[in-house]
Design a binder for this molecule. Structure first.
Ligand code: ATR
Length: 291
């Protein structure tokens, strides 16, 4: 799609953004839907957020929808006029809808996106022992989704570099839902990875080629699923080690796809045609795996 002065603008705010595959996916969808819209990267420093959100309120702004990624999924909330019930439960936003009165509504499609991908993989979480690395915006969405499901995992142990954030998160989520299955661990060894069925990495560790493993690879075992929500690189060190051991693995491309489809549906305010969804998935896989 060629951008002109009438084009509606959509995009993603975050920092860093060089890794993002969202433009490829959404621009393919806009083209297939034959809408005059372009999806752009908005790499913002934290001190630029205030001005950016002020400009969004301008009636002449061409921006009608945004995604939000690291590290702003929680930080954007004070700038919004309304939250969907699910985003309010999560306490983090990855999708913003801007209506023609410039009202900003925050949604969270990360949680449902994660669950849709688990369903696609045929993963049943009932009675499973789950270990989670991280307590940021993505972890909030995943933990909220898992706590709200009628199928209950046996336990979800959570470790974060900043341990207090996990304690605070469990208390906060506990005010809005049943969090009996959540357990904070202060040292990574207490995640009991050697006993868990599913390990989910929600941290940014693994995005850089020089990043170390957060966990001891000897704890990985072949009867587990290792889910790394990072999708670029397609195979983090964690996933490589897990594959070597014979574990099931997945990266975050499926979650990215489903959260993107759901975001697009919020912006379009309608269900997206299956043909367009297939095109979005193909574009992502082409960009990520070269086929
Ligand atoms: P997102 O919105 O994508 O979840 P985020 O809210 O910035 O991003 O969260 C990033 C997560 O990665 C956090 O859990 C963060 O840990 P802290 O809460 O201690 O900051 C984690 N993280 C980032 N860099 C890390 C590192 N070098 N080692 C361990 N954890 C790290």
């Amino acid at each position: 799609m060629i951008e002109d002065s009438n084009s509606a603008i959509y995009g993603i705010i975050g920092n860093p953004l060089a890794h993002s595959l969202s433009p490829v996916m959404h621009n393919a969808a806009f083209e297939a839907l034959e809408v005059d819209a372009v999806y752009k990267l908005f790499p913002l420093k934290e001190e630029e957020l205030d001005g950016f959100f002020k400009d969004l309120k301008d009636p002449s702004s061409p921006i009608f929808g945004l995604n939000v990624t690291v590290p702003y999924k929680e930080k954007v909330m004070p700038f919004l006029d309304a939250l969907s019930p699910f985003a309010a439960k999560v306490g983090a936003v990855n999708t913003i809808v801007i209506d023609d009165k410039r009202k900003l509504t925050g949604h969270n499609t990360d949680g449902p996106g994660f669950l849709c991908h688990l369903q696609e993989l045929g993963v049943d979480i009932t009675d499973k022992r789950i270990a989670v690395l991280g307590a940021g915006g993505s972890a909030r969405a995943i933990l909220t989704s898992l706590c709200l499901l009628p199928e209950r995992p046996e336990s979800i142990r959570i470790y974060n570099r900043t341990a207090q954030k996990v304690e605070d998160l469990i208390v906060e989520l506990g005010g809005r839902m049943n969090v009996d299955i959540l357990q904070a661990v202060n040292v990574i060894e207490d995640l009991n990875i050697e006993l868990c069925d599913i390990l989910i990495n929600t941290t940014t560790v693994g995005m850089q080629p020089t990043d170390p493993m957060l966990i001891d690879h000897n704890l990985l075992h072949k009867d587990m699923l290792v889910y790394d929500i990072i999708y670029n690189p397609a195979k983090t060190l964690l996933l490589k080690e897990a594959q070597t051991i014979g574990a099931n693995t997945t990266n975050g491309l499926g979650m990215l796809f489903y959260q993107g489809v759901l975001a697009l549906q919020h912006w379009a305010n309608q269900e997206i045609d299956v043909g367009v969804k297939i095109l979005m998935r193909d574009k992502l896989e082409e960009e990520s795996y070269g086929h």
